[in-house]
Write a protein that binds this ligand. Structure first.
Ligand code: 7TS
Length: 425
């Protein structure tokens, strides 16, 4: 894939379609039956399934390489260190970071945002400064900023969106001012599937001297994300949502910002020199990776991004958009079903939240589970958004590269079955 085509969102029609039926065979878990029915996994926004190459890489690492890294003067340690650093290079290429050391391994999106709130926030946010967010944020991109604002006496302000989660850019532009120090925003909503205009938001933030931190938990897995083209200052995402292992994620930051930051975790591996009363810090990226990292997880994530690039991020993006739009259309056509978020073919990805009138989303989820269909029901760690939408919870189907339109049709049949079972239609 050439880096020049890796804009924020590739036009869906440019990519060759992917063959989801063939790709499914790469995912061993998908061959099983659940409750006597073939598994239909539509809970990918929570976590994705893992291809065999990733599972094999984890096993191979423990069978052939396991040792602590960056310290041992022995063969296995050097081999492990090389594989870990190679994974960093692969992730840097995947998001088009200018330098591999701008890629910090974390435990996941939540960990990355918390690191940022401590390491960048405590140094750069002062009393009466403003942090701009939206009501659409996952709790992981809200609660750490609430805690920071409380520590520093700063203010949180919320950029208005409509009920589909579409950001009003004019209002956003008007909210930016000398007091704005940070814009912390989702790239793709985990509830509404809506894609935020982060390139434009970054441009406007920078015009006012503010920093922009993007929560890429739902974008990095599904669309080409080019941190240089978007010109975002920070980007966080999770390996487990993008065919990689759990317990590994990424905090990307521009070199100058990371260099100026204090570490977030103190201990082994992140120091240059330790005296009894004080210490100095290692260079990037080690400064932010205190303690023994998730070595196997990082290597597994490196294999996962290779796998995704091999399939093609443009194709994955087009597939998610096509299936997401298909799901919006067929669910909206059902009596008593309301779909939240942008319309089909709008600025949306493959996350589709819906409510079924007179049915609790958990009841819908339970009936679907009986059909072997995995969705998520609940508030999706977005309680303020639920309040804005006027619901307690939604049902949510979210797709990945191995899902098919046939599976969406089965979802519709399952929802219909739930409505009949509870006598609401
Ligand atoms: N931000 C967004 C937009 C998310 O969707 C999630 C996880 C996170 C942050 C946190 O990621 P983590 O890997 O650190 O947990 N979202 C979901 C979800 O929608 N259902 O389960 C987890």
């Amino acid at each position: 894939m050439s880096t020049s085509t890796r804009g924020a969102v590739a036009p869906a029609d440019r990519a060759a379609p992917l063959d989801a039926v063939a790709l499914r065979r790469d995912f061993p878990i998908l061959t099983q039956e659940v409750r006597g029915k073939p598994l239909i996994y539509l809970d990918n926004a929570a976590t994705s399934q893992k291809p065999r190459v990733v599972i094999d890489a984890l096993r191979e690492y423990y069978e052939t390489t396991n040792a602590n890294i960056h310290r041992g003067i022995h063969y296995l340690s050097e081999k492990g260190t090389a594989a870990y650093e190679d994974a960093r290079v692969r992730v840097a290429r995947f998001i088009n970071a200018a330098q591999p050391h701008e890629v910090i391994f974390t435990r996941g999106t939540t960990d990355g945002i918390n690191m940022l709130a401590r390491a960048w926030g405590d140094e750069n946010i002062a009393a009466d400064d403003e942090i701009l967010l939206t009501e659409v944020e996952h709790h992981s991109n809200l609660v750490p900023w609430q805690a920071l604002a409380k520590r520093r006496g700063a203010r949180l302000r919320f950029i208005p969106t409509d009920d589909a989660g579409v950001i009003d850019l004019d209002t956003y532009g008007g909210m930016l001012g000398p007091q704005t120090k940070l814009v912390a925003v989702h790239h793709v909503s985990n509830v509404l599937g809506v894609i935020a205009p982060v390139a434009e938001m970054a441009r406007l933030a920078h015009e006012h001297g503010a920093v922009i931190a993007v929560d890429g938990a739902q974008s990095a897995p599904h669309m080409p994300v080019d941190v240089q083209a978007l010109d975002v200052d920070f980007l966080t995402f999770s390996g487990h949502k993008m065919a990689g292992p759990t317990g590994i994620g990424i905090l990307y930051g521009k070199e100058a910002l990371l260099d100026a930051m204090e570490p977030a975790h103190f201990g082994g591996s992140m120091i240059r020199m330790v005296e009894l009363e004080s210490s100095t810090w290692a260079d990037l990226p080690d400064k932010f990776e205190g303690g023994t990292p998730n070595i196997a997880g990082a290597i597994g994530l490196g294999v996962a991004v290779d796998y995704l690039e091999h399939v093609g991020m443009d194709a994955i993006n087009a597939h998610a958009r096509q299936l997401g739009s298909y799901a919006v259309n067929v669910l909206s056509d059902m009596p008593g079903v309301s779909v939240h978020g942008p319309e089909a073919d709008g600025e949306r990805g493959g996350v589709v939240s819906f409510t079924v009138h007179d049915l609790h989303p958990h009841d819908v989820g339970t009936v679907l589970d009986g059909e072997g269909i995995a969705i998520r029901a609940g508030h999706h760690c977005a309680q303020p958004l639920m309040r804005k939408l006027g619901v307690h919870a939604t049902a949510r189907a979210s797709v990945y590269l191995y899902n098919t339109t046939d599976e969406i049709d089965r979802l519709v049949e399952g929802v219909d079955k739930a409505q009949r079972f509870f006598g609401t239609i």
